[in-house]
Design a protein around this ligand. Structure first.
Ligand code: ATP
Ligand code: MG
Length: 356
């Protein structure tokens, strides 16, 4: 199969980690007879420097003509003095908006060899394998009116039934492929929007009799993510709750560098990116952890291209490399062998090419 991917490497370590993801997907292509065509586009600070705008027209066009988008990371102190409309982050927000990416997926896994770097006790972090399904384009962050003056401030939490249904249905579909459990998170004891959310969850759940589900309040979910994170499978929630809880959960596995994500449009088209930022403090040193970007590539294979066995091969290769004791600099001190970005990537590539 031939697939075209728009690669927006961006700034800082973005280029290093997208190079890693491309190398791994090229290895998948060799092993499984696929061809990935990489179309490079400018985004963020890099785009500001070279084209005077954080998201040039040409970049949007390249994305429109591709089957998926692979993104590195954007931003950094170099562009902090630019006016708000021209900040690198604006480029990413516009991209999300343009492509109506309304469902955000963030898996969190605790890998056995990295447990010692989790802030949680090892026995609590062990076995964590959950995924956040977050509504990304509605709720408090986008509701109107939204303003403040000296005397008052207003934000509006607004959801339409169809916006809720889209993300909830996605979560149940996903749970069907996993451990068949959905935890829906809201604040239904206080918020009207949460009461509608619960109604919609009940309706959708009726279509998935083999999926177990529960309603949880956001405050107790925040606690449970620390006390028993391994009890979760799929967590579905609205925009702001998802923003906060997914960041809380991201620390469980010990490094931001490990975490992949995907943001999807209703028809399945999506943008795949590691959760971390451009990490200017380590950029250009070939020490960044490439696994978040590589695992984002695996999500792309599965979700965008329906290539499940290929995605499984990437995830298995990552697990094997970690089990062999390899990792990157942020894990030094917990034992094992610290490799550079390119060396660790090579290890993953070797496993994909050599294991049949
Ligand atoms: P942003 O605002 O773009 O999200 P941030 O400041 O929140 O950025 P990062 O740029 O992700 O966060 O960096 C946070 C810390 O995590 C930094 O110390 C950085 O070096 C580290 N870090 C982030 N990504 C990686 C990675 N892939 N490998 C190793 N360390 C990383
Ligand atoms: Mg950040």
């Amino acid at each position: 199969m031939k697939k075209r991917v728009a690669v927006l490497a961006g700034d800082g370590i973005g280029k290093e980690v997208t190079n890693a993801a491309m190398a791994v997907l090229d290895a998948v292509g060799r092993r499984f007879q696929h061809e990935f065509e990489w179309v490079h586009g400018l985004l963020g600070g890099d785009a500001l420097d070279q084209a005077g705008h954080p998201i040039p027209e040409e970049t949007v066009k390249k994305c429109e003509e591709s089957d998926a988008i692979l993104l590195g990371a954007i931003g950094g102190p170099k562009w902090d003095h630019y006016p708000k409309e021209l900040r690198p982050e604006k480029g990413l927000l516009q991209l999300r908006k343009h492509f109506e990416l309304s469902v955000n997926l963030r898996p969190v896994q605790a890998y056995k060899t990295l447990l010692a770097s989790s802030p949680l006790k090892e026995e609590v972090a062990e076995g964590v394998d959950l995924v956040f399904v977050r509504e990304l384009t509605g709720g408090l962050y986008f509701g109107e009116p939204s303003y403040h003056n000296d005397e008052e401030a207003v934000d509006t939490l607004h959801y339409k039934r169809e916006e809720i249904e889209r993300v909830v249905r996605f979560a149940f579909e996903m749970a069907k492929q996993r451990r068949k459990k959905v935890s829906s998170v809201d604040k239904a004891n206080v918020l009207e929007s949460s009461r509608l959310w619960r109604e919609v969850v009940e309706e959708v759940a009726a279509d998935f009799p083999d999926v177990e589900y529960e309603h949880m309040l956001v405050d107790s979910t925040a606690m449970k993510l620390i006390t028993s994170p391994a009890s979760f499978d799929v967590i579905v929630t609205e925009n702001m709750f998802g923003d906060i809880l997914s960041d809380e959960a991201s620390v469980i596995c010990g490094s931001l560098g490990m975490l992949p994500s995907a943001s999807l449009r209703a028809d399945g088209f999506g943008l795949y990116e590691p959760v971390h930022g451009s990490a200017p403090d380590i950029a250009g040193q070939n020490i960044a952890n490439p696994l978040g970007a590589i695992l984002s590539g695996a999500m792309m294979l599965r979700t965008a291209f329906g290539m499940s066995k290929e995605a499984n091969a990437v995830e298995a290769a990552v697990r094997t490399v970690l089990e062999e004791g390899y990792s990157t600099a942020e894990f030094k001190g917990i034992g094992g062998t610290v490799l550079s970005t390119t060396e660790l990537t090579e290890k993953v590539v070797d496993h994909i090419e050599n294991e049949q």
